[in-house]
Design a protein around this ligand. Sequence first.
Ligand SMILES: *Cc1c(COP(=O)(O)O)cnc(C)c1O
Length: 491
Amino acid sequence: MHYVSTRATSASAARNPQRFSDILLAGLAPDGGLYLPETYPQVSGAELDAWRKLSYAELAYEILRKFATDIPDADLRALTAKTYTPEVYRNARAGEAAADITPLRVLEDGAAGKLVLQALSNGPTLAFKDMAMQLLGNLFEYALAKNNDELNIFGATSGDTGSAAEYAMRGKRGVRVFMLSPHKKMSAFQTAQMFSLQDPNIFNIAVEGVFDDCQDMVKAVSGDLSFKARHKIGTVNSINWARVVAQVVYYFRGYLGATTDNSQKVSFTVPSGNFGNICAGHIARMMGLPIDKLVAATNENDVLDEFFRTGRYRVRKAAETFHTSSPSMDISKASNFERFVYELVGRDAERTHALFRKVDTDGGFDLSGGPGSDGDEWKLVGQYGFASGKSTHADRLATIRDVFDDYGITIDTHTADGIKVAREHLAPGVPMIVLETALAAKFNETILEALGEDAERPAGFEGIEALPQRFVVMRPDVEAMKAYIAQHTGL
Ligand SMILES: *Cc1c(COP(=O)(O)O)cnc(C)c1O
């Protein structure tokens, strides 16, 4: 299995097909594109049948080995077995089995259709990013040990990604994490989750500024290529291919759990921001998983909904990007979207490159086929199963209340966006699986607003705000940041 960039011309594609291990620690391809497999491995009906009996870890092994063909099977099996355990994914709700890793819960089964919730948030940081990030931590440790190398992950977070990365990398040999966050701007819960880590390879840096100041520091430090190389700086952002492929597994798991034989189809609704999660669903569908619809649910930041409704992709300026109560979906552009556009334009890398150059120069492109548009491929979107919808703060509050009243469970704000939109796409005979992307405890302010009471906290999280915190406060000063990294990498 080889990987190519979505922007590689035929000459460079022939020169540079990469193996899984080559792109594991990489972000963007050198030409600015994203990596994708040359072709999608196909899954037969016989394989699907055999997979119905597997544990999550075994299923993850079977799927990953189709993509990571350069990692020996025995090693991959050990890595997935170590990652997907009930001890790691232990925060299942009452009535759910932690051993299922991503348990399903039927919410309703009426004339309009069947609505099912798939819990992806039972990992250490209570959000679905743990599903991929926990595997990434083990894969990184494995790859670095093999090459006797080390890696310093340097990133900025406003919440979920940073904590998922720290919990995945804590205590891992060869890896350090330097994570910037805006000082006193994260919720008390999120701050406590990150800053209470005492592992010596985790460095929490609270920057006196806003998230954009943190992001700018990451760009400035990473832009110094000699510093970056000398200090072995890397990232774990959402375009990382290994993260995407680890997420493919739970689409298979959800399908197998909601069906009894392979003639049945299911649909998924996915709370979406950077298009990473739903891109994994698209890949599962391309592998032959019988998925009917893939519904992207956005919040007020509706870049993706606009594209799927109109064919126009229009990134937002900072002033048009809203701070919402489902903050992990507050994006101005969808960084994984290029992977789907590449497919949509028939895997034409030159076209893809031209369209995304237009994003940089003109703020977007138009595939609607209308006058002056850049193409008419939007008409093919339905063939890939895609549909979409949008949800607002008022919708979130109403949905959290409805779900609490009707089914007795408290959902988080992102999942509420998913359920609101899923209800608009129900179809009789095709179960609709909504991916639960976080637990409510992480976004308690909005739960309090919706229900007038606190969200339940999983065991072990009581009083985390009172634990001792380990972090440094720094001014947004690039040279001081570099000196801090240099001092702690010892390189
Ligand atoms: C990151 C995140 C999302 C968005 O996922 P994408 O892969 O960026 O589309 C949705 N919900 C929660 C809780 C998240 O943390």
